[in-house]
Design a protein around this ligand. Structure first.
Ligand code: CA
Length: 236
């Protein structure tokens, strides 16, 4: 497993790198955003640990460019941010990060998060599951999701791994009401340490990609005081 560390503070980078290498990961390190994009293309890492505040291109821009690059490997992105430092933007809708960690953090927690991210890709692996509803098809095995348009054509959905897993979870049981704890359990297993708000972030991001009107959702509905449910007619 290859990990790219993008961090301009050498002490922090070194600490992360030593710890991850001790756990058996192969690490690459760079200290600015532009180099990060070049290393990403060359090394195709499985995970990117991306500091938010970087010289040149910042972490958000790097994240956006990696997510936009078609055909490339879709890595897990763990964003690092200092406390209070634009944290709303980090957990907000503008990033494609899968998870975030607020500095200062313990190396042990970082390793646990990385392992949790990597386990996610195995969660649906090995299962040949295709879910169909009136408007969506999710092939959990091949990691492909598409939306059926009114014209009858289907349009592929460009989802991050986490968004994909969230949609797969929803579509596996249309009509089921999920609370945040249940969704966290589905998406992160027992490895979750963060704030439950992160669920809302990913739901909002998914809505932006699948809902005709994200502010008035048709499919992923909010169940006030509980959580969320997915509504669409299942096709068996
Ligand atoms: Ca920094």
């Amino acid at each position: 497993m290859d990990i790219l560390i993008v961090e301009d503070e050498p002490e922090i980078a070194k600490l992360i790198q030593l710890r991850l290498e001790r756990e058996g990961f192969t690490c690459h390190w760079c200290r600015d955003g532009l180099t990060a994009l070049q290393v990403f293309q060359k090394q195709q890492p499985d995970v990117i640990i991306l500091d938010l505040m970087l010289p040149g291109l910042d972490g958000l821009e790097v994240c956006a460019r990696i997510r936009q690059r078609p055909g490339a490997k879709d890595p897990y992105i763990l964003m690092l941010t200092a406390k209070g430092e634009e944290i709303d933007r980090v957990i907000g809708l503008s990033t494609g990060a899968d998870d975030y960690l607020v500095k200062p953090f313990s190396p042990t927690e970082l390793v646990a998060r990385v392992r949790a991210l990597l386990r996610r890709s195995l969660r649906y692996g090995g299962q040949s599951l295709v879910y169909r509803t009136q408007h969506f098809t999710v092939d959990a095995d091949r990691h492909i999701a598409s939306r059926q348009l009114d014209s009858g054509e289907s349009e592929p959905l460009d989802l991050t791994t986490l968004e994909f897993n969230l949609l797969a979870t929803f579509i596996s049981q249309p009509g089921r009401v999920w609370n945040r704890t249940q969704l966290i359990d589905k998406l992160w297993g027992n490895d979750f340490f963060g704030d439950e708000r992160v669920v809302d972030t990913h739901v909002a991001r998914l809505r932006k990609k699948i809902e005709p009107d994200p502010s008035n959702p048709t499919f992923v509905k909010t169940v006030i005081g509980v959580g969320y449910k997915f509504e669409d007619e299942a096709i068996v």
